[in-house]
Each structure stands twice: as C-alpha cells, then as structure tokens.
Design a protein around this ligand. Structure first.
Ligand SMILES: *[C@@H]1O[C@H](CO)[C@@H](O)[C@H](O)[C@H]1NC(C)=O
Ligand SMILES: *[C@@H]1O[C@H](CO)[C@@H](O)[C@H](O)[C@H]1NC(C)=O
Ligand SMILES: *[C@@H]1O[C@H](CO)[C@@H](O)[C@H](O)[C@H]1NC(C)=O
Length: 793
C-alpha cells in the first residue's frame, strides 16, 4: 500500500506502453469529498468515464480521492463506492472488468484535513512523476464539499498543491455559491485570493445535461431558420421548467436556508434562460464570446418585483422543518418549495415576450423542459382532420429542449414539423420516429421532428470532460454569478416576509399552482379563499362608507385599496371620454410618488376604451433630476404607464427640469416655460383632471408646508420649491394652477396616511400649514379617494 503511487505509475507504463512514448503529459485528478453522496452517485462514475474516453488519447492519469476520515476507514468507504462503476453499453463485460481494474489501480485514498496532508499529497504526485519520468500536464481538484470549507481547502491547494510552472491547475466547485449578492461577492473574493479566474470551474451540473448543452449549438446550426423567428415578433412565450416529485425530507437544514429560488431558479433555470435569450455569439464554442453575450443579456433583464413571482410551499414541509430542526409548534417557515416567475427582457429582440421560469418539489411529475412556443397567425379554413402536420399553419409551432424524465424519459430535442427540419449533429443525436403514441404539449409526437442522444451521458461526466479539456463556456464565471445574484436578490428580499401558498402535493395540487401572466405580473389562477373582515364587526367598512360620503365638504370615495383604484380608474376614464366628446382632447396632469403606480397599472391594463390618442399627459410635479433617473416622476410615469399605452409622443409633456445641460437653474426659467406650454394648449390653463396625493406632512404636488412660493393661490402657475427632507429641488404646479382645474382627484392609500387624513379632515383653509387644505378648485370639482386603511387606521 505504501508504494501504491509508484506501483500505479509503473502500471500506466505497462498498460499503455505505446502511448506512453507519445504521452502529452500526466494529469492528476483529486476528488475532495471522495466518500460523499455526490461522489458516490455521480463523480466517481464521471471520472471513470473520463478515463475511458481519454486514456487512449495521450495523457496518463492518476486519481486521488480525499476526505476527512483517517486512511484505513476512508479507503474502505471509498472503494465501497467504486464497486458500482459501470461501462457504457458498447464496452463488453470482459473489457469493462479490465478497464475497471486499471482504474482502481490508478486510484488512491488520502486523508486530506490539514496543510500537511495537502503537502504530502503534493510530494506523492511529484514522486510518481519523477520516478516515471513523466511531464506534468496539469492537476484537477474537484471540491465536493460544503461551501464553508472552500476557503480553507483553497488555501491549502494554493500554498501546497500548485503544479510547477507550465502545468495547469483547474479547481471545480459545486454550488451553492452564496446565498445572495453580498455573500456571493464575499465567497468570490475569498477564492480570488487563491486562484486566478481561469483556474476556477464553478459547476452548474444542469449545463451538462445533454438537451441544455445543445441549446446554443442548436441555435447556431439552425441559424438560418431560427434567426427570422427567434424574436418578439414570432415567439409567443418561453417556458423553462423543472418539476420534481421528491420532498426535502432530511435536507431541511439546507433547504430552510435556500428555498427553491436559490436552489434552482437562480442558477439552473437562469443559465438556461441565458442560452435561449442571448444574442448568438460569433463562436458559440468560445467561452469569452459566450460570456460577453450572456452579460449583455443579464444587463437587459427587467428588474423583478414582488408581483413578478408566485410562491408555494408543500403542506408537509413545515412539519419536516419542525421535526428536523427542533422547532416549536409556533414555528412557521416561509421558505418556498415552489416558484413561478415571469422574467422579461428590455431589448429589441425580446421586449414583451414572457419568459416563465417554474420549479417545485412534491409536484405531480418529475420532468425538465424548455419550450419555445411560436405565435400562430393563420386562420385555417379547413377542418382539423385535413391539417397536414408538415404544412399546416394552424397546428401549434414549438421548439422543445426536453431535459429529461417525464413522459419521454430521455433527453430530446423536438421541433414542430410545420416549422422546419432541424440540422442536428450526426453521430451525437439520432432521429426517432416510432414513438407516435405519445403526446407532448397538446400534440402527438408525430407532429414533431424528434431527436434523442445517440448515447445518453450523465451531466457530470459531460462536465468533467469539459474541465479536462479546459473548455470554460459551460461553467459559471464570477461575473456571470454576480450578475445572476444581482438579478435575483431584490426578489428574494421582497419575498422574505411573505407567506407562500400551501399546496397538498402531487396530483392533489389540482389547479392550485397554476398561474397566469397578466399586465406584466404573474398571479395564481385560482383565488385563495380569504376572509378579510367578519360581518357584524364594528366599523364595517360598508357602513362607514354610507356615513362619511363627504370629506372636507367634497365627495369622498372609499373602499379597500384595490377596489378604490379600480373605481378611480373608471372615474378617470369617464372624465376622459366626456372631455374628448366636449372638446376633442383630455388634459390629464399626474403626480409622482408611489400611490399612483397601482393606478397606472390599472389604467394601462384594464381600460381598453380609454381615449389615449386624444389625451395630453402633464406632470403635476417633478424632481430636479434627469428624466432617465430612477427618481424622476416622469421616468416612473413612463415605466408604469406611458410605455404601455398609445399616447402620441407630442401629447406627452415632461417638465423642463433639464435645460442647457443643467438642472433647475432659476435663470433658465423652466417653470415659466412649462406654464406657457400649458397656456398655449389648454384653454384658460384649466386642466381637465389633476391627480394629487397627500404626504404625511400634508404636502401635495411638491408644495411643502411653509413653502415661500406656490401656496398663496396667486400666479405663477408653475414654481420651483424645495423639499425639507430631500436635497433635490422640485418643479411643481402651484395651488393657483391646481385650483383652475375642472376636476381634481386626491388619492390617499395606506395606514401610514391615517394620521394626516384625520388631521386634514378637521383642518380649515390653512395652506401654509397643510398645503393640501389649499386645494379648492374655483369652479371645478374635488373628489377624495381614500382607502379604508388611511381612513380608519
Ligand atoms: C498562494 O500561494 C503562493 C505561493 O505559495 C503564496 O505566495 C501566496 O501568498 C498564496 N496566496 C494566499 C492568498 O495565501
Ligand atoms: C432520512 O434519514 C433517515 C435516517 O437517517 C433514513 O432512515 C431515511 O431513509 C431518510 N429518508 C430519506 C427520504 O432520505
Ligand atoms: C375661459 O375663461 C372665460 C372667462 O372666465 C370663460 O368665459 C370661458 O368659458 C373659459 N373657457 C374654458 C374653455 O373654460
């Protein structure tokens, strides 16, 4: 045993004497975590496959398994795991036995715990090389250990196990690579101290799945057919799905920290999304080109908001957590085990195309697929029975990368016959025509060109081979990793205190987890039965509404916020239609702040009869920032309303806060400019509708308490003001201009406004103290839209 290293190296020379003469050098592969679960299930088999594939191509190998256990025990456990190694079907049993025997003789166990252990490993590698007169080509370290151990092991490898100059070092790591953006950055920093970027191979095993690995090559080989189709004009939607039937029993200590978004979506599904959505690089085999294209695509992802996702948790999960983590009965986990997320890209190719990412545990089936569904524009005059699958424009048209399991139970690439016959690499993929009894995504398999791998290969063996060949395009670089975390972290933060919907699991889920995309958001299709307030409670909102239908001598509309916004939106639509009927145009002035955002959505997505073409949009107030700044009211208005509706460009009137390359300078006279623009287009400067909010301090528009201008009800119509809390100056309508309007609506939402609502309900006309109290249209109407929370607290 002691001489094992030397013996096995001699063995290399004896077994492949011819090749040894032309050897391209020796490769040492070190598997750290050699007795673990992943090693047993996949990694040893992957290394064996590497040996089978490569031993006749010029390199010689030794394999080193390392773990914490002392040598005798560790060796025993490791060899136990090596017993199950299998050869591919084309290798005869006799030959397989010989190859396995060779592999075992080249494999040695090491206790790898301390710095000295790593130094000893290094000496052993050097001794073998020296004794056999072998050139060292390089070393692969595959770390299959929990991430908290990375830094220490990385330190040992760097200080004791680096190969000499001229030979390469490749270190493969398994996820998780952090928990959010910050922790991922820290982990990346700590690795960077020991390794160069090109030495780090972050493994996302999903990218080794044959169907996933073929997405980019498929796009390239079928560029001619796909290029005209692979865009928003033709693609209806894209689904990236990984469904599992297993639960997370015995893994809750991990899972409770991560949840499905971190475990599956942030890495596997996001990477697949990139392969589908990226601009095809010049050379899809070039890691740098692929990375550049990927990073561009990350940059065009629209930020996720809370309503970009629906989340679920299987019902038994909480019990598993309580049992395994010794939590009390009052413990309720909010960790999602199911997530459906809508991802959108703001670029010319994909704008408006929903990319749906979905994954979950304890679902009805185990399957992974990527489905690109194309729009169908044709109307077919003939009966369905006459539709020819190869010709008909009426059948669904889709491209599917079937990752595995499910009904097909193998990886596959499917292309609807009415799209095109794809070019597939001969040798590695073969066409299948005999499985016509199955149906997939609503169509019989006979409607598709169907290809499966000529030889099925496990993802890990694919990736191990890529590491060996130094092909980095299917590994996750630091920039790639951080871009992905930067994308997902805000959603995770938004959901941190939300409760996922509970689901029973398996087939019993029924339609409970079905979700739909509506107005740029996702939501469950079936509503959960929730009881908001029992009838007979004191202060039943319905009663209140009838008592308090006036507020400060004006009309009051009150309801739960969602209902209230719907009501305000339809009141606005009615006002708009009346104005257009009367005068041909509707002059609408909108405020900034967060309250109107929900209103904008409502208007954009639910009011198809709105006369947008005849509408002029004005700003009640604006911050002194460039229009593209996230703080800009106009920017928000554009983002949440204008880009979704058809207001002619020349009817849109942002405030001129940015004049002569500077922001809000008195001598540029921006306020006077805006007042003149209003006067030029609006008779008597009397706007049809002005929408206002109220701040907790009683401010409205950007008219703050004790503002020296704008509050006295006299001209000018537009002024500069200053917010007491924020550094920026503002431009704003004055009370004079607001009170000329035909209609003013004040929208007040949320508990946070209860106090000011109470104060204002009693206040007299005191605009210096409470600017909102100065809103009193001279000949127009004022209406208050106050939700129950603001009204009742
Ligand atoms: C990595 O190893 C080199 C060579 O032993 C050493 O000089 C360097 O300090 C090590 N890096 C770190 C961060 O320990
Ligand atoms: C969980 O662990 C227990 C005890 O180690 C074992 O008996 C059981 O089979 C495990 N269950 C699963 C689902 O792995
Ligand atoms: C403008 O003001 C004048 C005088 O107050 C009034 O007669 C006229 O009706 C107003 N026009 C509009 C369109 O409000």
């Amino acid at each position: 045993m002691l001489l094992r290293g030397a013996v096995c190296a001699l063995f290399v020379l004896q077994v492949v004497p011819l090749l040894a003469r032309e050897t391209r050098g020796h490769v040492s592969v070190v598997l750290v975590g050699a007795t673990g679960d992943l090693a047993r299930k996949y990694l040893w088999q992957g290394l064996f496959q590497l040996y089978l594939d490569e031993v006749s191509h010029g390199h010689t190998f030794t394999f080193h398994g390392g773990a914490q256990s002392e040598p005798k025990r560790g060796r025993k456990v490791m060899y136990e795991r090596l017993k199950d190694l299998a050869c591919p079907p084309e290798v005869s049993p006799d030959r397989c036995a010989v190859l396995k025997d060779q592999f075992l003789k080249l494999t040695e166990y090491h206790q790898l715990k301390t710095k000295q252990d790593y130094a000893a490993l290094n000496r052993e590698i050097q001794t073998v090389l020296a004794q056999e007169g072998l050139e060292e080509a390089g070393r692969i370290f595959y770390l299959s250990v929990p991430p908290f151990a990375y830094a220490e092991i990385a330190g040992h490898i760097n200080s004791s196990c680096r190969p000499p100059p001229g030979a390469w070092l490749r270190v493969a790591l398994e996820k998780p690579f952090g928990h959010d953006l910050k922790s991922a950055q820290e982990l990346a920093e700590s690795l960077k101290a020991f390794f160069r970027e090109e030495e780090i191979y972050r493994v996302d095993h999903y990218l080794g799945k044959q169907a996933v690995a073929h997405i980019l090559p498929f796009r390239e080989q079928n560029r001619q057919h796909l290029e005209p189709l692979w865009n928003r004009h033709h693609v209806e939607r894209v689904e990236i799905v990984l469904k599992e039937t297993v639960d997370v029993k015995n893994r809750t200590s991990f899972y409770e920290e991560y949840g499905v978004v971190r475990d599956i979506l942030q890495n596997h599904l996001t990477e697949v999304l990139m392969f589908l959505a990226m601009e095809l690089p010049e050379n899809v085999g070039n890691a740098e080109d692929v990375l550049r294209s990927k990073l561009q695509t990350f940059a065009s992802l629209r930020g996720l908001e809370k309503n970009s996702a629906v989340m679920g948790q299987y019902e038994a999960y909480n019990r598993h957590v309580r049992e395994e983590l010794q939590k009390g009965l009052d413990y309720f986990s909010s960790t999602p085990t199911f997530a459906g997320v809508l991802v959108q890209l703001d670029n010319l190719r994909w704008e408006g195309v929903p990319f749906i990412l979905a994954s979950g545990k304890v679902l009805d089936e185990r399957v992974g697929y990527v489905r690109v569904l194309f729009k169908n524009r044709a109307y077919c005059a003939q009966h369905e029975a006459a539709w020819d699958p190869g010709q008909s424009h009426c059948k669904p048209r889709q491209v599917v990368f079937y990752v595995g399991h499910g009904e097909l139970n193998s990886p596959a690439v499917l292309v609807s016959r009415n799209l095109f016959r794809p070019a597939m690499p001969r040798g590695s993929w073969k066409e299948v025509q005999d499985r016509t009894h199955l149906r997939l995504f609503g169509q019989p398999l006979s409607d598709y060109y169907l290809y499966v791998p000529a030889v099925e290969r496990d993802a890990y063996s694919v990736l191990i081979s890529q590491i060996y060949h130094g092909k980095k395009d299917v590994f996750i670089t630091t920039e790639n990793l951080l871009a992905s975390w930067a994308f997902w972290t805000p959603l995770l933060a938004n959901w941190a205190s939300e409760s996922p919907r509970l689901y029973p699991g398996g087939r019993e889920n029924g339609p409970l987890l079905d979700f739909e995309v509506v107005g740029g958001e996702v939501r469950f299709v079936t509503k959960e039965a929730v009881q908001v307030m029992a009838p007979g409670d004191q202060q039943t909102p319905g009663d209140y509404k009838t008592i308090q239908s006036r507020f400060r001598q004006s009309q009051l509309v009150t309801a739960w916020s969602e209902e209230l916004i719907a009501r305000l939106a339809s009141d606005i639509e009615v006002a708009a239609l009346k104005a257009v009927q009367r005068s041909g145009v509707f002059h609408f002035a909108l405020s900034g702040g967060s309250s109107p955002l929900a209103l904008f959505k409502q208007l954009a997505w639910h009011h198809y009869g709105f006369p947008w073409r005849q509408t002029h949009v004005w700003l009640v107030d604006e911050r002194c920032v460039p229009l593209a700044d996230p703080e800009s009211n106009f920017g928000n208005l554009h983002e949440h309303l204008l880009r979704h509706v058809r207001v002619p460009y020349f009817n849109v009137h942002p405030m001129p806060v940015h004049v002569h390359q500077r922001l809000c300078v008195e001598e540029d006279q921006g306020p006077a400019l805006y007042a003149r623009e209003i006067a030029a287009l609006v008779a008597n400067s009397s706007l049809d509708l002005v929408l206002l909010g109220v701040g907790r301090d009683g401010h409205t528009a950007s008219l703050f308490p004790r503002s020296p201008v704008g509050l006295d009800g006299q001209e000018p119509d537009v002024v500069f003001t200053e917010s007491p809390s924020k550094p920026h100056q503002r431009m704003t309508f004055s009370l004079a201009l607001i009170n000329k309007a035909k209609r003013v609506a004040v929208l007040v939402l949320g508990k946070g406004k209860h106090e000011i609502v109470t104060v204002v309900s009693r206040a007299g006309h005191e605009p210096q103290k409470w600017p909102i109290s100065g809103v009193k249209p001279s000949s127009g109407q004022l209406a208050w839209y106050v939700d129950y929370e603001a009204l009742l607290g």
